[in-house]
Design a binder for this molecule. Structure first.
Ligand code: HEM
Length: 540
């Protein structure tokens, strides 16, 4: 008997029973799962915790919930569970020690699959395609390659200081130019002289558009992924996303082609061209089989801007906020810089080991106000697992709440106090041996904080970013007094929303320390411009 004939013979009471049984069975299944998973705020049937999820700064509420439900708790977005980790030891246990199970990403259909067609490493599920891209990024960011980028970072930091002399109130924009230029020099061997360059305008447009796709509840396709197979005539929203995707892909390809042309010119006896990640990858592609289409290949250098420019700039903005609200730290840093460097030049990477306080200050900024406040992009589990008796099913979204982890009092006493000595080598060593309980427990990661994420998905640009932060802050603090506006109150918790956060706009005074300092900056800027000559700029 055909199914439709069978159903047509069902008496009404059977239909009614089925209508009641389906949601009841679903609910029973959900309740059993709720009870087996780590506890959390009580969810409502079918909608989960939707009504109690905060609209603003969710990391703060999540931190409060961690005090009630413990360092690992579950929230439900509809029927989908997300576990939130608030203790570095739990985060390391799951996302590092068990990284074979916790290194995927939750499905982001609109952004990852329709816009980028699976090309971007950031949201790619754990597997072969991700691993190919990750290896290429590592290859171009080895310690040896990072050494090649250091002269650019030094020169750009010198330009930043010089530009601040005449435009101290534009410090935030100048920082953005600095980080954008470093990313473009490292990715493509071309510099950014102005944020009005067309290429930058375009990158910001792409970033804003992709972020707009990731707003929970905006696209039904996130809950019903089969909708992505609808023909475009029935799904104009999909057509629109694809059109944006094509525009971004074309722009990524144009940048790779620019480097191809540079290489061709250099090979036919033209000028020497700078080392860049894209150049390195193109040269590798000549001799080795890289199993990626041209389009997918072009997303590798392109991924650096979205992941590395705004994050580094926001961390520098947090550093300014920390320095004006904790002025004693700037004084200590300047005393160290004056003693080690003297008055005739600014610090460079060669001085790094001799500047322990400045090194510690960089780490403390990363800890104090982590830009990737909820761990950047969420992780997802790929196998069923148990932790402390709790069940964590495959497909669970896992958020490391970096805010709660980095501000966890057990590890960082008085956590909102900006206190660089926490990261002095001697203090870290004493902490790891448990010699000084007043300093709190030792963080299990080598860096001493979790701001770059975890395990196999840990930020591949962490060392590059840390180098930019060190050289910029060392030169800035050597050159300038960075001070609060007199009488102004500063709120160190006033931050933007989103996955990456930045202090809300604030004014401060950036004043060169003396005429002698000014003359050094002018001289070093001329040297920096010479060093950057071969990184031809993008046009406005
Ligand atoms: C202060 C600056 C930065 C911070 C705080 C930061 C933080 C992060 C975090 C938290 C993640 C997610 C890690 C995880 O899922 O466990 C991440 C991923 C990533 N970052 Fe960074 N990042 C910074 C700079 C950079 C730079 C300069 C680059 C480029 C060279 C970069 C490239 C990436 C990429 C490609 C990913 C995705 C990796 C993957 O999914 O496998 N980041 N970053």
């Amino acid at each position: 008997m055909a199914l439709d004939t069978l159903f047509s013979h069902w008496p009404p009471y059977l239909w009614v029973s089925l209508l009641i049984a389906a949601p009841v069975l679903t609910l029973l299944y959900d309740v059993v799962l709720w009870l087996r998973m780590p506890p959390g705020p009580t969810p409502l049937p079918f909608i989960g915790n939707k009504l109690s999820l905060p609209k603003s700064q969710p990391w703060v509420q999540f931190e409060k919930w961690s005090k009630v439900y413990g360092p690992i708790f579950t929230i439900w977005i509809g029927r989908r569970p997300t576990i939130i980790l608030s203790d570095p030891v739990v985060a390391v246990e799951l996302m590092e020690k068990r990284s074979n199970k916790y290194s995927s990403r939750p499905r982001m259909v609109a952004m990852g699959e329709i816009l980028w067609d699976g090309a971007s490493i950031l949201v790619q599920p754990y597997g072969k395609e991700w691993s190919i891209r990750r290896k290429l990024l590592h290859f171009a960011l080895t310690p040896k390659s990072l050494r090649l980028y250091k002269p650019v970072q030094e020169a750009e930091a010198s330009r930043l200081c010089y530009q601040l002399l005449s435009n101290p109130n534009s410090w935030e924009k100048l920082i953005e130019r600095f980080t954008s230029s470093i990313v473009f020099c490292v990715s493509y061997g071309h510099r950014i002289d102005s944020l009005n360059a067309e290429v930058i305008r375009q990158r910001f447009e792409f970033m804003q558009y992709s972020a707009s796709l990731n707003v929970p509840g905006r696209y039904a396709v996130e809950s019903f992924p089969f909708l992505k197979y609808l023909p475009n005539v029935l799904a104009p929203w999909k057509e629109e996303i694809q059109a944006h995707g094509r525009k971004e892909a074309a722009a990524n390809m144009a940048l790779v082609n620019l480097v191809r042309q540079d290489l061709a010119r250099a090979n036919t006896g033209g000028a020497d061209i700078p080392d860049s990640l894209c150049k390195m990858l193109l040269e590798t592609r000549e001799t080795q089989n890289i199993p990626l289409s041209d389009r997918d290949f072009s997303y590798i250098p392109a991924s650096l801007f979205g992941a590395g420019s705004d994050t580094t700039a926001s961390t520098l903005c947090s550093a300014f906020l920390a320095l004006i609200t904790h002025p004693e730290t700037l004084k200590t840093a300047q005393a160290e810089l004056d003693a080690v460097i003297g008055p005739d030049r600014t610090p460079t990477f060669d001085d790094e080991q001799s500047l322990p306080y400045v090194r510690a200050l960089v780490k403390e900024v990363l800890r104090w106000r982590p830009v990737a406040v909820l761990g950047g992009t969420p992780h997802a589990s790929t196998e069923d697992d148990y932790y402390e008796g709790y069940y964590i099913p495959a497909g669970t979204t896992v958020l490391g709440n970096t805010w709660a982890i980095n501000l966890n009092e057990a590890y960082y006493p008085n956590p909102h106090h900006f206190d660089p000595p926490r990261f002095l080598d001697s203090v870290l060593a004493a902490k790891s041996k448990g010699l000084d309980p007043a300093q709190g427990k030792a963080h299990p990661a080598k860096a001493g904080h979790s701001s770059f994420g975890w395990g196999r998905r840990i930020c591949p640009g962490a060392d590059l970013a840390a180098n930019s932060l060190f050289v910029a802050l060392a030169k800035l603090m050597w050159s300038f007094d960075i001070l609060p506006v007199e009488g102004r109150q500063y709120d160190t918790l006033a931050y933007t929303e989103g996955f990456n956060i930045r202090p809300r706009k604030f004014e401060c005074i950036v004043r060169v320390r003396s005429e002698a300092h000014r003359r050094v900056l002018e001289r070093e800027n001329a040297e920096a411009e010479r060093a950057l000559e071969k990184f031809t700029p993008f046009k406005e």
